[in-house]
Write a protein that binds this ligand. Sequence first.
Ligand code: AMP
Ligand code: MG
Length: 308
Amino acid sequence: MEKTKEILCIRRHLLDKKTYMVNSLKSKIIFMLRAYLEGKGFIELFPVIASPITDPLSSPSEAVFFDVYGHRFQLTKSMIFHKQLSMLTFEKIYIFSPNFRIEPSEKATTSRHLLEFVQLDLEIREASREEVIDFIEEMLIYLFERIQQEEEISFFGRKLPRLKRPFPRITYSEAVKKYGDDFENRLSEKASQPVWVIDFPYQVREFYYREDPQTGTMVDFDLLYPEGFGEAISGGEREWRPERLKRMLMKKGIDLDFYDIYLSLIEEGIPPSAGFGIGIERLTRFLSGVKDIKFTRLFPKLPGRFGI
Ligand code: AMP
Ligand code: MG
């Protein structure tokens, strides 16, 4: 009986006009981003969907492990390590990378978490944080200006903000002082332009960012959408020196053995790089103005809920 109800829900979702319009908007977004990146000389790589190394993430999510010829593989939570290593081959790369993260059931109410989502993952050899920030601002302005003309935007009656560079910035510590530890929602609600949050302390961030020895904070950023839509992007400069990476792992109390494959590869030398990941479903959610993220996928998998 319960199962029949779920099956009917899936069918209703597939037939919903909103699902149709949001997904056709998503397809246009992907097309425009690809055209933009090709024009800027980027190489598109295929995603890695399972690997012995993937992102540890800064917020809790259960990992999916399985055995492959005696090696412990995981489904990709982000391609961060592969992006860093691919800098040995190419200077500028991007991937539309599917991520699988078993988010805690409590996130069911955020309307912005999926278990299966796609990031546009991008990395640039020898780039600085400032260069990546400039790059993102230009890319978003390009996208917003073009997408505005599309019929899906008028279908949803969406009034997109006119983006103005540079986007406002706030440091992590200022954000906490003004809005509390859980600043993401409040800061995003107050904003009418996308907002950069920079300089996160290592305690709340993944170990692979470069730490600024002067300030002791990471050379990183998040971008928050305005109008309460929350986090859009995370990124920054990556640490590429094995000694510093090991020191950071130890500082965070992480067992070096867990990253032995990654560290062995890094020890042979990789170039410094910077990059970011932008969630495509969240971008589509913001551009369409349709708050419930389930409409951005035909087969959404939501925290704590059944999906196919
Ligand atoms: P993260 O590595 O956690 O910073 O994720 C990179 C980007 O992917 C975020 O800035 C979001 O845009 C998006 N993202 C992260 N987790 C989810 C999720 N559970 N559902 C949908 N999008 C997500
Ligand atoms: Mg993030």
